[in-house]
Design a binder for this molecule. Sequence first.
Ligand code: HH2
Length: 274
Amino acid sequence: MRPPVIMGVVNVTPDSFSDGGLFLDADAAVEQGRRLAAEGAAILDLGGESTRPGAAPVPEDEELRRVLPVVERLAGGEAAHARLSIDTTKATVAAAALGAGATIVNDVSAFRFDPAMAGLVADSGVDCCLMHMLGEPRTMQEDPRYDDVVSDVKAFLEERLAFAVSEGVDEEHVWLDPGIGFGKTVEHNLELLRRLDEIVAIGRPVAIGTSRKSFLGKLAGGRDEGERLPGTIAANVLALERGATIFRVHDVAQNADALAVAAATFRLDVGERA
Ligand code: HH2
């Protein structure tokens, strides 16, 4: 078990499911990044394209226009010691962000959407997060089915890890993510959390993104996005207990406190803080 690392979400988008439009302006996004770093995020995950179910793709130049100024400013010292992660499936966007100071590529397509992505990560020597998604965001929630969701997701992540290594990515630089909410029913998400240790057994750090997701709202009697923090914390503490390492969250301060208590109970060192 590794100590928890908090990844704070900064969505520079008009349409993200829980905070769309709040941080579309570069000043607001930088301020949010600074705030999340001060609250204990060791990593800031910056994204310019929503991946919510049914989301429309964003052209490359628009995605760059949204995120690049934010990466530049946060890398220039405004984010204290937090590392910057670029949440994109496009190699050109990732390359520009890495050039501006990001050191992590978070690719929700796990190198499937852009053939240049694996080579870019290999050549740059940066860390990457490879996530499971069934299909693509536009259609992923249309009746998702698996033989066994945990075995299927595990096989996918093992295959993607092997692909990344075959493209020259150092295995030590790869994190894996089961993709909570990406082509999954409520029961699929719960099964993945319940048996997360099977994904952890692959041997790479596991990232988990439960924050404010719709299954939490459904389980709590129909809570809106802004009312899903208690559910997020419950899911994250369980994920920690089953071996997750990186926690991708919108509400950094509250998750950091909860995970610090849980980590101390499991006798883990206090996680990295920015
Ligand atoms: N979830 C979202 C986006 N990126 N990356 C990883 N590795 N894991 C996740 O679970 C994950 C992710 C969706 O959340 P959010 O960014 O808040 O919403 P949107 O995609 O609508 O911008």
